[in-house]
Design a protein around this ligand. Structure first.
Ligand code: M6R
Length: 602
């Protein structure tokens, strides 16, 4: 995820402050970095790759300025390269801009600007902003007005900071991407996150959507979207340095669980047409609807693939999910019009890459559903769809699983569109999804903590669900075992009586995921009764539609929503259960023993 830093008021050390800010933002993940400083004219250095590449460039070609902006880029539009790195400028180099987020209408703006004679030098959506600002400067508007007018043309998500030659000011704003103002004694800062400037000040203003801020050497001003001045609250940050990369959370995993509403908004940005009730995934426009689908994936991504295969089958397309590590041992027959989809957060998992290569060797058309631009899967597959979660640091996959479920739902609607009603219902629920996840995150903690106190000494933990909730049961168990080191197993609920029921005792709590009132959900009630009859404590993870709480010892509630998305909400509860139990047991949550974030060996 991109990172922004800006600083005014430390003229002797602007470059050092910007570089130190970028270094504090490295944890967000990035593939290029750059800075722009102003000394009357603007001066820019930017380089693909590690921050050290930028440092080397600055050592070779030093620059100074009394204020400036900086950026770490995590590619979305265009591959990592010097040209695509931020800051971006207009042709004359009068305006420099850094941006985090996605400008959804950039293509229309770019077409318009190109028609007016602008020449673009990057593939980015961001570059439209300096060109727009320059066109307003040409029309006679001042720098501040030009910034405001350019921003008013944008749709999408953005945190933006801009500087203009000859103007002693930094102009910034945000919409659905984070931006924080740091208020020092004689210097002022902007950062995507507080760590970017924490060593200079602990006093911060968390900017709200639609607000803008102007920093000058003699002060700062926050304004509302109509330009009226605001008097925002200044908060004092209490965290210690160790915690800062985690934005105050104790672990990256918890931070990433809480980032899910933002990650989902980002995933959906520009991909829903609420008026038409349709899904529009631009990356898939060249992909013909397949006759059959095979998924290959590992671990959490495999659970997402099971969900995706289920949804394709419901849409009338034969689909099956394979464990990537087993796929190449006997590659299934691949027919004409068959699509093989690799689901992989990192895009670098060796088993998944090997399965995709095997499928290609057998003539399959391939699609990567991945989080990482420029990853091997993204480069090697015929098509790619990005889940846009932002970097995930914790080994346990959390926000990327949610974004995978949503991406696969979009994929199914794009390649096997339903009747108007089905797609419209999904589009409406997807619009509410981030808010529903937020309400789970806001309300879950008391019940989860009580449950952890009650169940922490159990012998083993089981997770069951049917239909859409079967992959969630598997995922709930995987998350639980990998970070608590306790024995946990997940089963499609109907499978219990075919063997695992022998393990059920009063010392083995069973988490039953029941959402909606479908036939699979109703059948799960029977399975709950089977385990209860054998003395197992039952934890219902439910929206309450089937009143499953009447048959349960404990309940974790989720809001009621359209069928397939209830599973995603239930999974957020199970993420919190795993996290809180691991924390209670004092486990090293972000780096569980023996595991790696990216598994690059078969
Ligand atoms: O990067 P990938 O999605 O391909 O990784 C696959 C698995 O290694 C991964 O999902 C793993 O199971 C998770 N880290 C578990 O939380």
């Amino acid at each position: 995820m991109c990172g922004i830093i800006a600083c005014v008021g430390r003229p002797d050390e602007t470059v050092d402050v910007l570089l130190s800010g970028l270094s504090s933002l490295e944890y967000r993940g990035y593939d290029s970095a750059g800075i722009a400083v102003a000394n009357g004219a603007l001066d820019i250095r930017k380089r693909e790759g590690e921050l050290d590449n930028l440092r080397a460039e600055i050592e070779d070609r030093p620059l100074t300025g009394s204020f400036g902006i900086g950026h770490t880029r995590w590619s979305t539009h265009g591959p990592p390269s010097d040209e695509n790195a931020h800051p971006h400028t207009d042709a004359a180099g009068r305006v420099a801009v850094v941006h985090n987020g996605i400008i959804e209408n950039y293509q229309a703006l770019r077409d318009e600007l190109e028609a007016d004679g602008c020449e673009f030098v990057s593939d980015t959506d961001t570059e439209v902003v300096p060109h727009l600002m320059a066109s307003y400067l040409d029309d006679g508007y001042d720098a501040s007005e030009s910034f405001r007018k350019a921003v008013s043309r944008l749709t999408g998500s953005y945190a933006l900071a801009a500087i203009v030659a000859g103007e002693e000011a930094i102009f910034a704003t945000r919409q659905d991407s984070p931006l924080v103002l740091g208020v020092g004694d004689d210097s002022y800062f902007l950062g995507s996150d507080v760590p970017a400037f924490l060593k200079f000040t602990r006093d911060v203003v968390y900017l709200e959507n639609g607000q803008s801020v102007t920093l000058r050497p003699d002060g700062w001003e926050v304004t509302a979207s109509d330009g009226s001045a605001l008097d925002p609250t200044i908060h004092t940050v209490e965290w210690d340095a160790e915690q800062t990369g985690k934005s105050g959370y104790d672990h990256f995993m918890l931070k990433e669980i809480h980032e899910q509403p933002t990650a989902l908004r980002q995933c959906l940005s520009g991909r829903l047409d609420p008026l038409a009730g349709e899904v529009v995934v631009e990356e898939l426009s060249n992909l013909e609807p397949p006759e059959r689908v095979q998924f290959v994936a590992c671990g959490t991504s495999y659970h997402a693939a099971l969900y995706g295969a289920h949804r394709f089958r419901e849409a009338g397309v034969p689909a099956q999910a394979f464990l990537a590590s087993e796929y190449s041992t006997a590659v299934p027959p691949i027919e004409d019009d068959e699509l093989v989809i690799g689901v992989t957060q990192s895009g670098e998992t060796a088993d998944t890459l090997s399965a995709l290569r095997a499928a290609q060797g057998h003539g399959a058309e391939t699609l990567a559903v991945t989080n990482v631009v420029g990853s091997s899967a993204a480069r090697e597959c015929d098509h790619v769809m990005f889940i846009r979660s932002g970097p995930e640091i914790g080994v346990a996959a959390t926000k990327t699983f949610s974004s995978q479920l949503v991406s696969l739902s979009l994929l199914v609607e794009s390649l096997a569109p339903g009747t108007g009603t089905r797609t419209r219902a999904l589009v409406e629920s997807l619009r509410d999804l981030a808010g529903n996840v937020q309400s789970v995150l806001d309300d879950a903690l008391p019940s989860v903590e009580e449950l952890v106190d009650e169940l922490a000494d159990s012998e083993a933990y089981f997770f069951i669900g049917r239909g859409y909730n079967a992959p969630v049961a598997l995922e709930g168990a995987l998350k639980f075992k990998e970070i608590t080191y306790e024995h946990a197993e997940g089963f499609p609920a109907g499978e219990l009586k075919h063997g695992p029921l022998a393990l059920i005792t009063e010392d083995t709590p069973v988490f039953a995921v029941v959402t909606g009132d479908s036939v699979p959900a109703q059948k799960t009630l029977g399975n709950i009764k089977e385990v209860q009859a054998r003395g197992a404590p039952v934890v219902a993870v439910t929206d309450g539609v089937l009143e499953v709480e009447r048959f349960s010892d404990m309940v974790l509630e989720v809001p009621e929503t359209e069928g397939p998305l209830g599973s995603l909400l239930a999974n957020v509860q199970l993420q919190l259960v795993a996290y809180e139990m691991a924390d209670y047991l004092d486990r090293p949550i972000d780096k569980p023993r023996n595991l790696a974030k990216s598994v690059t060996v078969e």
